[in-house]
Ligand binder design. Sequence first.
Ligand code: PXP
Length: 244
Amino acid sequence: MTSRKISRTLGVNIDHVATLRQARRGFEPSVLEAAREARRGGADGITVHLREDRRHIQDKDVLELKRQIRLPLNLEMSIAPEILRIALKVRPEKACLVPEKRQEITTEGGLDLFRKKRQLRRTIRALLHEKIEVSLFIDPDERQVREAAHLGASAIEIHTGAYANAKGKARVRELERIRRGAVLGSNLGLRIHAGHGLNYGNISPLLAIPEIREFNIGHSIVSRAVFVGLRTAVAEMKKLISAK
Ligand code: PXP
């Protein structure tokens, strides 16, 4: 029997390079240089989250990444009108709509596509109109997946945080939820991405889900980069996701 290799892409989230820079409000480490190193390590795209509180990535970073880095830019963003205006100005290749709370340490759950529906629909339409691919960051919940397709999104990014935090049987259950969400989304014509909390130790079971075509990974790669350098850290993750 011949098995065809699935081509999956790795988007490297470099928010935490900016977190380190913002600790001193200075110039280092450089987000642009991080993106270049990620590219040299085999990243297929660069992902950044321009948060409303600007705790890490700044407006200038997004503009410079778009202008200077020869990789598709995936902008994680809330549906706040101010952020949408910036996205429409920068015109990244992709936008991933995420929920955002000021007090959270990181994005805690998926978007509820049944809340703020008009604003959500308007945001999706405006981005698609500029030929920006839109993905919706959601939990692998059947209603949410169906609604994502209904809203005309290009893709969903399945929130893998619950899977990453679970252990034992609970983790197996979370993996099955992700698989079902991915199959449903794919059958509805959505591209399937996954991200949040993924690391070198927990990525492998997700590779058994052929519908997942893109991973967006940040914290674990930047953490490993402290010891081996960003290029190597990215190359190691790329090797893992290319294994099956
Ligand atoms: N995907 C989305 C939509 C996210 O909000 C984040 C966190 O910014 C990630 C992926 C990356 O998560 P992590 O840093 O845990 O790898």
